[in-house]
Ligand binder design. Sequence first.
Ligand code: SF4
Length: 164
Amino acid sequence: MEDVERKFVTNIRLNVRNQNCNVLLKGIFDRVDKIGNTIRIIDYKTGKVNQWDLNLRDWENLIDDAKFDKCFQLLFYSYIYWKSNDTDIFNVTPGIISFRNLKQGLLSIGLPKKENFSQDTILQFENILKAILLDMLDAEVAYSQTSEEENCKYCTFKSICNRN
Ligand code: SF4
């Protein structure tokens, strides 16, 4: 056992319209353990999660499809872990244990084109994360409601965004 309920923190530097920004990133991981040489970053879910919920078809899914929020979370945690531990990302496996689907054990993220989880995965995710943060921090980019109303079903903010 390595850790339970531990907070990991790192930062990311961005340049937003010629202004340097330092964005703090943090996550509280339910469990980090080690099996052999593999570090497992585990998130527990009380609801039912199936393997197909974690199979990314395309990297763009992380930006435009809220159904993949669990994939985003696992990649985000892996990114924070990698940055804050200076670890060899090849030995990290992020996954979910679903209390309503315990028989499936640890559900791991499935990457586009069945890529293996590697340092390239994390660097790919870093590009996506930077693009999202740049949009969020750029005062010239207006927020607007999504045109994909399907996304609203899973959105944490639907109670405050006045979406009908
Ligand atoms: S509920 Fe609002 S904030 Fe959430 S996805 Fe829909 S439009 Fe966006």
